[in-house]
Design a binder for this molecule. Structure first.
Ligand code: ADP
Length: 201
């Protein structure tokens, strides 16, 4: 891999998207795992064809697109089916992410991956950057952003890697409890650091 890759992660509502966009403003290209995860099962994709073959056409909407809630139902509480799905999707996502990184033109690339550590994608990156806020703020910000209940956010937080473990694995950490203007300054400093690292290795 010729590109220097920064893996950006953090719990739900921590501010990954907001911070990734600050790097993008500085000219850095983003590779977003959530977008790619949708691409690999988009209409007409190999991924979607395999899902249809395995689960049947009842996981498709009338439009021929994936019925995500139907698929979620099929793998919910069914570890075997979940394993099957993950072993289909994870390699497709990984390959597509690396292709996107390779075609990027900026000095380094940011991979935005919510489950970077959980799914072992940290092995693909040169350095990791964790966006951190305490759980009570994750709950408040996500509930406000998505109009969901605190309980729903709490469940997602519980399904993700523990905060202390995430922080322990981080090469760099952005404290996103700070005001946006302070966060911007931190991003600027990290940007310089990544530029240096990318050009001196
Ligand atoms: P993620 O991508 O990690 O789920 P977002 O970037 O969507 O998180 O941020 C979650 C919410 O918190 C958004 O509504 C965003 O506008 C808000 N937010 C992000 N950073 C800050 C900050 N430093 N101070 C206050 N609110 C913030």
């Amino acid at each position: 891999m010729s590109q220097y890759i920064v893996g950006l992660t953090g719990g739900i509502g921590s501010g990954k998207t907001t911070i990734a966009n600050l790097f993008a403003e500085l000219g850095i290209e983003l590779v977003d795992a959530d977008i790619i995860a949708r691409e690999v099962v988009s209409f007409g994709s190999v991924g979607l064809t395999k899902i249809e073959e395995h689960f049947g056409s009842n996981v498709l909407l009338d439009s021929g697109e994936l019925d995500r809630s139907k698929l979620r139902e099929k793998v919910f509480n069914n570890p075997q089916q979940r394993r099957w799905l993950n072993s289909l999707l994870h390699p497709l996502i990984r390959t597509r992410m690396l292709e996107a990184v390779e075609s990027a033109k900026s000095t380094y690339v940011i991979m935005v991956v919510p489950l970077l550590f959980e799914n072992g994608l940290d092995s693909l990156v040169n350095t990791t950057l964790v966006v951190d806020i305490p759980p009570n703020q994750q709950i408040a910000r996500t509930a406000k952003r998505d109009g969901v209940s605190s309980t729903q956010v709490e469940q997602i937080i519980t399904s993700q890697i523990e905060r202390s473990e995430r922080l322990q694995k981080a090469d760099d950490i952005i404290d996103n409890t700070q005001a946006p203007i302070e966060v911007r300054k931190t991003v600027q400093l990290l940007h310089q650091k990544f530029l240096d690292k990318a050009s001196t290795r």
